[in-house]
Design a protein. Structure first.
Length: 291
């Protein structure tokens, strides 16, 4: 077993979800959960109660997309169309049980997986008829390596003209990991575009400046200013200062919003081998696997 650093209410809620996810039984009564929390992360029953309240709020937001049933008496794992997506985002979250133990250095793979999930979710940002594409390189969509050529490739995909601004060939992605848009049937200029930065870093505020909208306005001839999005795999306490600080400068798409967006369209699979492999590895390092 291993020592875990879990302190905030959101993190304790994530720890409960992870514990139930990797357990043999798939459910914990409240007494068993209190005992496990005290022995593994040093959390009191009061903190567990607060975390369960946080989980209940997540359930109220996500409905059937939330892969747990939670009450004051017990937590139960359940299957759902987006259970794999939720588990992936849970494991990808900075400070998660997985990232403290079995996925401490798997950052490149994790970043690609978050982009994959974000692409599927953001395609539904404006509902039916929306599109999204990962802008990272190497690309499964055929993006050229050179940034100059990549912007031209992206402009053609979106349906706009390349701008006249200088595009440094050695630049990687201009801070943009995923681009989402929603064309109208008339195919005329003037439609919504969103530029998303996806991050698995714990420090998120510094990432809000990665996308320079003035530069992008010179690289793509857009009649409407694009939205700037920050996509994270974790959750942020809604009433806390972190959310207010981020929301003043960028639109935050966290785990719950990603799941909501995924639920607006057809179910798309993620790399289940990474998710199931991570869950399997966790069973060797956390006590919950024995329960």
């Amino acid at each position: 077993m291993t020592d875990l650093e879990v302190s905030t209410t959101e993190a304790i809620a994530d720890w409960i979800e992870t514990s139930v996810l990797v357990s043999r039984s798939g459910h914990f009564g409240r007494d068993k959960l209190d005992d496990l929390a005290q022995s593994e992360i040093g959390a009191s029953s009061m903190k567990v109660a607060m975390a369960l309240d946080t989980m209940a709020k997540r359930a109220s937001v996500l409905g059937s997309s939330y892969p747990f049933v939670v009450s004051d008496l017990a937590v139960l794992r359940r299957d759902g169309a987006h259970a794999g997506h939720y588990a992936a985002l849970l494991h990808l979250t900075p400070g998660s049980v997985a990232r403290q133990t079995v996925r401490a250095s798997d950052t490149a793979v994790m970043g690609e997986l978050l982009e994959e999930i974000s692409e599927a979710a953001l395609a539904n940002f404006w509902g039916d008829g929306g599109n999204a594409v990962s802008f990272g390189y190497p690309s499964k969509h055929g993006r050229p390596e050179s940034f100059d050529q990549a912007v031209g490739w992206l402009a053609k995909r979106i349906g706009v003209e390349p701008g006249r601004g200088y595009r440094p060939p050695r630049r990687k992605d201009g801070g943009v990991d995923v681009v989402a848009w929603r064309q109208f049937a008339d195919r005329r200029p003037g439609f919504p575009v969103a530029l998303a930065q996806c991050t698995i870093q714990a420090e998120t505020f510094t990432k809000t400046t990665d996308i320079d909208l003035r530069l992008w306005a010179s690289w793509l001839a857009m009649d409407v200013d694009p939205l700037s999005l920050l996509v994270i795999p974790g959750t942020i306490r809604a009433a806390g200062p972190d959310w207010r600080q981020l929301a003043t400068v960028v639109m935050v798409i966290d785990r719950l919003r990603l799941l909501e967006l995924l639920g607006r369209g057809p179910t798309k699979d993620v790399d289940n081998s990474w998710v199931t492999g991570t869950t399997s590895l966790l069973q060797a390092v956390v006590r919950a696997s024995e329960l």
